[in-house]
Design a protein around this ligand. Sequence first.
Ligand SMILES: [Zn+2]
Length: 142
Amino acid sequence: MRVYIPVEIARRVRQAAHNRCGDCLSPQHLVMARLQFEHLLPRVKGGLTSEDNLWLSCPLCNAHKGDQVSARDPETGETVTLFNPRTQDWFEHFRWSEDGLRIVGLTPTGRATVAALHLSDDPDAIQVRSYWVLAGWHPPRE
Ligand SMILES: [Zn+2]
């Protein structure tokens, strides 16, 4: 469902997110769609449309995430909270595979998020990234 986000809040969230998806790091200038404002705590779970509850997400990650806030770590079977791009550091929880095509989870949160958001097995994302790698645009190192 679309919600209205005040222009000034939208601008500040875009800036804080470096204008890229918080989960797969796809930058706006390489995505053929407007990045979306994601509610970190989904609205159906009481999350507000406030600056501290918003981040940027690409349409793929946002669709995979849906209203999930936690998921199973495939290594331990434990349910853990998903990665929060506003409060957590991407490179502490994930790394790129050697070929740059896949995201590898390094922590329980990282592994659960990779599984829940299909960060390493979405065929469309992998194909697009393969061209970004050829062009020298990917993977991002920070
Ligand atoms: Zn994404």
